[in-house]
Design a protein around this ligand. Structure first.
Ligand code: FAD
Length: 483
């Protein structure tokens, strides 16, 4: 039986573990932390529960496929709650309550400005076609440029407009800024600004509008926790508190891992740890060409996040997901792309206690506040500006919601881009990994069968097909083609 090592128990590593243990391999998952999940782990702050990272779950069928591949039914393991209101988007002059019902969205846009409802319908129809053509492509390996000549890729080409940005594509349907931003802010899921992200990614909001958004009872971290249980129940081995020190390679072939200064032999090695971190730290530079330190440093990376996790002695009457947009959102996005952070920032607010009482005790809540900020390649001193940024975020929450939130904070944790880098092994603290510009997508993104060293495979957000939970789960499904 082949012995397989997986470095990292994040969503990518755990999905791969589930699939491979079911195929009959001897699977060992090595995780440096004391719990599974990686950026998707459960975090406890003085009794208040939080999802460390992901809170938006969409395109459920890929996660269902991972469970099916392991002979399991997703809903036997997780309680899924579909959100009626997708999210509340707070702009300067208008607030959109985006709904899973597209007629309601039509009326909402039409009420705001005549003709916008029709623009929404046209946008919707165009995305339907695009997703139908794009989905099969993202589900397959894309190892080299010859794949651009595959029938499915050529069929999609006229709909993709490769040189157009998400923002530009949206502006074909309406020039209204709030309309454009309400259907393009999702580029941030890739850690990019809408005017930089390739127009293919207009399918992201469509996935939410068409297939819905889900919450998992107990938090999205439960997906990782249940995956780990399944791996163990099927005979896989989970080694927590076990950082891998090196991938051992001879003649460009991996043969094992160095852990606590000891050699452990394996037939195959799967890297789930952040791709750029792994190249920088786990592989000898002698074994690399394309991904040597100096070449990695030249690649483009996503933005980072400044996080506030607040335990409150009250439950705010706000939506499960809310976004407070900057007054001048475009300048904020441009600032982010130029490694600057302006005072007129945006916040994403996650208020899961509205839907799910399991996050905090009766009458209390867990509030998660995310500020997109440049990664640590910028000159911003996040450590010294921690208190200032916290105060500014709290001020914006108070102004927006008409409360004095500091009177209700009973527990607090802050995570800066430097913390992502230092504590979670994320290269430059760029939490959405390698950026998704055309030069770093498809055949130009690190492939799931690693090109540089035999017997090494890659899963997770830094690899093909991309960052974000559905594509991360898909990276594990693509492995089936090789193992
Ligand atoms: C704040 C935030 C919000 C996000 N929101 C969303 C969202 O709403 N929806 C969405 O789809 N995506 C979201 N994402 C993006 C993405 O889904 C998550 O980051 C996801 O957890 C990435 O999964 P992964 O498997 O690629 O890596 P990770 O989750 O980082 O897993 C890698 C694992 O490797 C481990 N590791 C690292 N080095 C070693 C080592 N040397 N030895 C052993 N183990 C090691 C790490 O501890 C970690 O457990 C968000 C990310 C962040 C940070």
């Amino acid at each position: 039986m082949k012995k397989i090592a997986i470095i990292g128990a994040g969503p990518g590593g755990l999905s791969a573990g589930m699939v491979l243990v079911t195929k009959g391999y001897e699977v060992h998952v090595f995780e440096k932390d004391d719990r599974v999940g990686g950026r998707n782990q459960r975090m406890d702050v003085s009794g208040y529960q939080f999802d460390l990272g992901p809170t938006f779950l969409m395109y459920l069928e890929i996660l269902e496929d991972v469970f099916k591949e392991a002979g399991e039914n997703l809903r036997d393991h997780l309680e899924l709650i579909q959100l009626d209101e997708l999210y509340k988007l707070r702009f300067n002059d208008v607030t959109f309550n985006m709904n899973k019902n597209k007629e309601k969205n039509y009326l909402m846009y039409e009420e705001y400005q005549k003709g916008l409802g029709d623009a929404y319908v046209k946008w919707y129809q165009a995305q339907e076609k695009k997703l139908k053509l794009a989905a099969p492509i993202l589900k397959k390996p894309f190892p080299n440029y010859t794949h651009f000549f595959r029938k499915d890729v050529l069929r999609m080409a006229p709909y993709v407009h490769p040189l157009q940005s998400v923002y530009k594509n949206l502006s074909k349907f309406s020039k209204n800024e709030a309309f454009i931003h309400s259907l393009s802010f999702q580029a941030k899921y890739l850690g990019m600004a809408s005017y930089k992200a390739p127009s293919l990614f207009t399918i992201l909001p469509f996935l939410e509008h068409d297939l819905g958004l889900y919450h998992v009872k107990g938090g999205l971290n439960q997906i990782s926790e249940q995956m780990a249980k399944i791996i163990q129940a099927k005979g896989g081995h989970l080694h927590l508190n076990t950082p891998v020190e090196e991938i051992l390679v001879k003649d460009q072939k991996a043969y094992g891992l160095r852990i606590s200064n000891e050699t452990h032999l394996f037939d195959e090695v799967i890297i789930n740890a952040d791709f750029a971190y792994a190249m920088d730290n786990l592989v000898s530079q002698d074994n690399l060409k394309k991904y040597k330190k100096e070449k990695l440093a030249k690649k483009k990376y996503s933005v980072s996040t400044f996080m506030l996790y607040l335990g409150l002695d009250t439950i705010l009457d706000i939506n499960h997901h809310e976004i407070i947009f900057s007054k001048d959102y475009e300048s904020y996005l441009k600032g982010l792309m130029n490694d600057e952070l302006i005072d007129d920032f945006s916040l994403y607010v996650h208020n899961p206690s509205k839907t799910d009482p399991s996050y905090a005790k009766d009458g209390h809540s867990s509030l998660y506040v995310l500020m997109p900020v440049p990664n640590v390649a910028s000159t911003i001193d996040f450590e010294n500006r921690k208190d200032e940024l916290t105060q500014k975020a709290i001020k914006l929450l108070n102004q927006t919601y008409g409360i004095k939130i500091e009177d209700h904070i009973v527990a607090k944790k802050v995570i800066t881009p430097n913390d992502w880098q230092k504590n979670h092994n994320v290269y430059l603290g760029a939490v959405f990994n390698l950026a998704h510009n055309l030069g770093q997508m498809l055949n130009r993104r690190p492939q799931n069968k690693f090109e540089e060293i035999d017997h090494v495979y890659l899963v997770g957000g830094g690899t093909h097909p991309g960052s974000g939970l559905p594509t991360i789960y898909q990276s594990a499904l693509i492995l089936k083609n090789y193992l």
